[in-house]
Ligand binder design. Structure first.
Ligand SMILES: [Zn+2]
Length: 404
């Protein structure tokens, strides 16, 4: 990445990805892809005054962030709170508070976190739950996670160019500690490769992480490449309880022939796979309901968990969940003010969400969220689907799925 007068020059990999997206638009395979992409970008431009030139591969951040984000020679340091002072939603739509801008770990931010923890504990305590189960949290090798953060900081294309300040930028052990303070009984380590040759290495790291983090559901990942069946089998034998697949970042077809034996194995073992296959926050070459529907037609018992409720193709992914009884959806970022601005959940689909109440699982995207964790819980509560629905979603469904 280098600096250019137009803005932040995208890395080579990203330029490739952008080329793929634009190629899709001119091709016949996914004629809707670019229009959705354009709508996303246009909505975001209107909100933020940021200019993205897809073909030139540049992103020009809004004026108030230019100084910080156009300086790639100074990547964010771990444990340093680098987000600007922004208004964050702490208590739902009607309760806006100023977010702390002080360094993480300072007395003030510790105080802010423990105040949030108190509110979160009150939330699940009121519901009579023993805590929360969060099926979508990101833990991965620190070096990889810092790259992800750097990407969000630079308003990366795959984020839809959205301004995306990471709320919980602490070190690994501290982040796990925050989840425990929140009363999250079990969580995951959503890690994913963006290229071949990476998944097996990530799975090795995940074995160690699970060993030192007993409340983390041992997570593994996969990628369409020779040997994938063998390392998926290895991960299962090592105790993996959940897999993560990222169709958008990995830019692969989930129905790729190379993946078929692995899907078969996971379906047979009944191991859930949290899969990001919706086209939010920005579409990828193989995102959307169609490619994953081809997977399900071959592996109807595969326990896919559609991340982000399939945002923005909510209704098409609800169709799949209604058709395949082992399919589930995670709530990650859905219904929050942040997501509702760009990809609002259709109110007409709420009854379907109520009917699928035993197959919706709490997910948050912690720590990579641009608002406090509590907001996700309030976003679920304000759907008005009732306490029984909230109990199932925030704890019971996942507890049953994972035998907790
Ligand atoms: Zn995620």
């Amino acid at each position: 990445m280098g600096r250019s007068p137009e803005g932040v020059r995208l890395g080579t990999g990203l330029q490739e990805h952008v080329r793929e997206l634009t190629a899709d638009a001119s091709g016949t395979r996914d004629p809707g892809g670019l229009s959705l992409w354009r709508r996303t970008v246009a909505a975001w431009q209107a909100m933020r005054g940021v200019v993205t030139d897809v073909r030139a591969g540049t992103v020009t951040p809004p004026a108030h962030r230019r100084v910080r984000v156009t300086d790639p020679s100074h990547p964010p340091r771990a444990g340093v709170w680098t987000r600007p002072r922004t208004r964050a939603i702490v208590g739902g739509m009607d309760d806006h508070r100023e977010a702390p801008a002080d360094p993480a770990g300072s007395p003030e931010s510790t105080h802010a976190t423990s105040a949030e923890a108190d509110e979160i504990r009150r939330f699940w305590g009121r519901l009579g739950l023993p805590g929360l189960v969060d099926v979508h949290t990101h833990f991965m090798p620190e070096r990889v996670l810092h790259k992800v953060w750097g990407y969000f900081d630079a308003l990366g294309t795959l984020t839809g160019g959205l301004e995306w300040p990471i709320t919980y930028r602490q070190e690994e052990a501290e982040r796990a500690g925050i989840l425990r303070e929140f009363g999250v009984r079990a969580f995951t380590a959503m890690l994913y490769p963006h290229k071949p040759g990476m998944a097996r290495w990530l799975n090795g790291w995940a074995v160690d992480f699970a060993a030192r983090t007993p409340d983390c559901l041992h997570t593994a990942t996969l990628y369409p490449e020779p040997g994938v069946e063998a390392y998926v089998q290895e991960a299962v034998e090592a105790g993996a309880r959940v897999f993560k697949a990222h169709v958008q970042v990995g830019a692969y077809d989930p129905a790729d022939e190379l993946l078929q034996p692995a899907w078969g194995l996971l379906a047979e073992a009944g191991i859930p796979v949290v899969i990001h296959c919706g086209s939010g926050p920005a579409p990828g070459k193989h995102t959307g309901p169609e490619p994953i529907a081809r997977v399900l037609s071959r592996h109807p018992r595969l326990r896919l968990v559609f991340a982000h409720m399939g945002m923005p193709e909510y209704e098409e992914f609800l169709d799949l969940a209604e058709r395949y009884t082992q399919v589930r959806l995670d709530t990650t970022m859905a219904f929050t003010d942040f997501s509702e601005k760009l990809a609002p959940f259709p109110p007409a689909a709420l009854p379907r969400l109520a009917d699928l109440g035993d197959r919706v699982l709490l997910g948050s995207d912690f720590p990579n969220i641009p608002y406090p964790y509590l907001h996700q819980l309030h976003a679920l509560e304000r759907l008005g689907l009732g306490e029984a629905w909230l109990r199932a979603v925030c704890h019971d469904n996942a507890a049953e799925l994972f035998g907790l």
